[in-house]
Design a protein around this ligand. Structure first.
Ligand code: ZN
Length: 213
């Protein structure tokens, strides 16, 4: 978990790849279920078509369904879930019933730095590319071979939209961190993406040794 600008998405992909985790990403999970001819699939599709977020009890059913499709003992990385304390409590109950446990990796970032990063990140304007670039990237041209697209700010990165996402983090995510403090691994996210990643691996190492022993 981490505030916008903490590099959560990039780090999540690398960690999953390196440690052999299956990623439960909420958007992808919804899209997959919408294609499925099952009761749950039809329920999810109805919410999706109405442009509504599924209620927590449906979300937890989706998670349970996702987990039942994995190999036994497969470690899972949850990305974009749980979104609030209710969902976290349901996940905790579900995992307890399966004799499994979760840990939270929290990417900690000063609010000032987070705001600076959110306001200064850009994407490639080339529609076929759309590569994201962090605030620390200095050039205004894309670095993909044969792209050379100009970098622009994303339409949804207005100050108002950023403020709304920060507020949502404080209201919805921080209560999860407080409630499960003993499961939280804190990583300093003020450094470069490489430093953040190294910090995550250092914190996760003991857990993955336990699993393989
Ligand atoms: Zn590009």
């Amino acid at each position: 978990m981490g505030i916008q600008g903490s590099g959560k998405g990039t780090a999540a992909n690398k960690v999953a790849e390196e440690l052999g985790l299956e990623t439960l990403e909420s958007g992808a999970m919804v899209r997959a279920l919408c294609q499925e001819d099952s009761e749950l699939g039809r329920t999810v599709k109805a919410y999706s078509e109405a442009g509504k977020l599924a209620p927590d009890d449906v979300v937890i059913k989706m998670v349970e369904d996702f987990m039942s499709k994995q190999k036994p003992g497969q470690p899972i990385l949850f990305d974009g879930f749980p979104r609030n304390l209710d969902q976290a409590e349901m996940l905790n109950d579900l995992l307890e019933s399966l004799h499994q446990q979760f840990i939270i990796v929290l990417l900690e970032l000063d609010e000032e730095t987070a705001l600076f990063r959110a306001e200064n990140r850009r994407i490639c304007s080339n529609k076929a590319c759309r590569k994201p670039f962090p605030a620390t990237y200095e050039s205004d041209k894309c670095d993909e071979p044969e792209c050379d697209g100009k970098l622009i700010r994303r339409k949804d990165d207005t100050s108002e939209a950023i403020a709304v996402r920060f507020e949502a983090f404080k209201k919805q995510t921080l209560p999860i961190i407080e409630a499960y403090e003993d499961k939280v691994l804190r990583v300093d996210a003020n450094g470069t993406p490489e430093e953040v990643l190294a910090g995550i691996f250092e914190q996760l190492q003991p857990y993955f040794q336990q699993v393989s022993e």
